[in-house]
Design a protein around this ligand. Sequence first.
Ligand code: HEC
Length: 175
Amino acid sequence: MFTRSVLLMLIAGPALAAGPNLGTPVTHGDLAAWDIHILPDGTGLPKGGGTSAQGAAIYAQKCMHCHGEGAKGGTNAALVGAPPIKSIDATKTIANFWPYSTTIFDFIRRSMPWQQPRSLTDDEVYALTAYILAQNKLIGEKDVMNAQTLPKVRMPNRDGFIPRFPEQTPGVRDL
Ligand code: HEC
């Protein structure tokens, strides 16, 4: 009996290790289309750029019906405005809460407009990011946002978060 089960293991072991032979290997190209995350320090930001004026036109067409005129809020969240945070229940906005400007790009690119995520070009996302930052008076009206300039925009609440393990938090160590 013992000998028989050892024999079975010897036969089954290599067969299982080889796997059921389903699917196809994932290529770097396949992964690149999904791997769109951007770190706080801007690692991962794509080529391209845009200004607030360009963003205003896109905003009016693709965002205003949910986020309201001037991005001050509508059916959905205000993207402009920074009411003071006095308690845990306070309204948290991009300008009073978000610690990194690069997250605005990442968030819009992966999830907005709500009904058509990932439909915007990188230039459009840069322009919309510029528009939101300029409306919040965190950059100038004419500033161009791109992979070099966006990570340099310091958000008002940058120091409101304390990474518990900075050495294990990619992209925040040297900020
Ligand atoms: C169909 C409605 C709809 C449209 C159109 C839309 N959004 Fe949103 N947006 C939402 C919802 C829903 C949320 C998440 C819930 C919330 O915060 O209200 C959200 C959240 C956001 C946030 C995060 C806000 C925060 O403080 O958490 C940003 C930034 C944003 N949207 C940008 C945009 C931009 C830029 C566009 C245009 C390209 C856009 N949205 C178009 C519905 C929409």
